[in-house]
Write a protein that binds this ligand. Structure first.
Ligand code: ADP
Length: 176
């Protein structure tokens, strides 16, 4: 048995899920793309939680590939899981860090009992990771890490058709 992986074309801030994953940056203080959208729509409680995490643990920044959890504020979710994707490099293989983002996000989700988790296409925006490669890595990491006893659904929320198609192809290739 495997955890159902679903694909949605849409906005991650509109999702109903136990946990929504944020493609954060290491400051945890917000940014553009998914990060900006989550803080705008989720409201100031999320940033307040992020500031508390910075003060208690992550004053030097959350390292790439790790994940932390906050409230989801006004989103239709209980938790936001913030993870920092790697910036794409043409000369260095950073795929283990992108795998780690997905594994750590799921580990933290399981810790808080989140059974439905929505991911954006981490690292494929400002961090420039090529979509097809990012989709292959993300799908593989989730397939490997998501224990069906702990999760009911892992959803990838893709912002445009190109991202949706890349994830659909990666899922088809992985599952045969
Ligand atoms: P990163 O810094 O990890 O590259 P970005 O937020 O810049 O993160 O982009 C990650 C992906 O999320 C990109 O494919 C981008 O098109 C997409 N994206 C941007 N806004 C949203 C949103 N509101 N919901 C879902 N996906 C989004």
């Amino acid at each position: 048995m495997t955890v159902p992986i679903t694909l949605v074309l849409g906005d991650i801030t509109a999702q109903h899920a136990d946990a929504v994953v944020n493609a954060a940056n290491s400051s945890l203080l917000g940014g553009g793309g998914v990060d900006g959208a989550i803080h705008r729509r989720g409201g100031p409680e999320i940033l307040a939680d992020c500031r508390r995490l910075r003060a208690s643990h992550w004053g030097k920044g959350l390292p790439t590939g790790q994940a932390v959890v906050t409230t989801a504020g006004r989103l239709h979710a209980t938790h936001v899981i913030h993870t920092v994707g790697p910036v794409w490099s043409a000369t260095e293989d950073r795929s283990a860090l992108l795998v780690s983002c997905h594994r750590e996000a799921l580990r933290v989700a399981a810790e808080v009992g989140a059974r439905t988790v929505a991911f954006p296409a981490i690292s494929t925006g400002v961090y420039r990771w090529p979509l097809d490669d990012a989709a292959r890595i993300a799908v593989g990491a989730v397939r490997e890490a998501a224990d069906p006893a702990l999760f009911d659904e892992v959803r990838f929320v893709l912002f445009d058709q190109a991202a949706y198609d890349a994830f659909a192809d990666a899922l088809a290739a992985h599952d045969g």
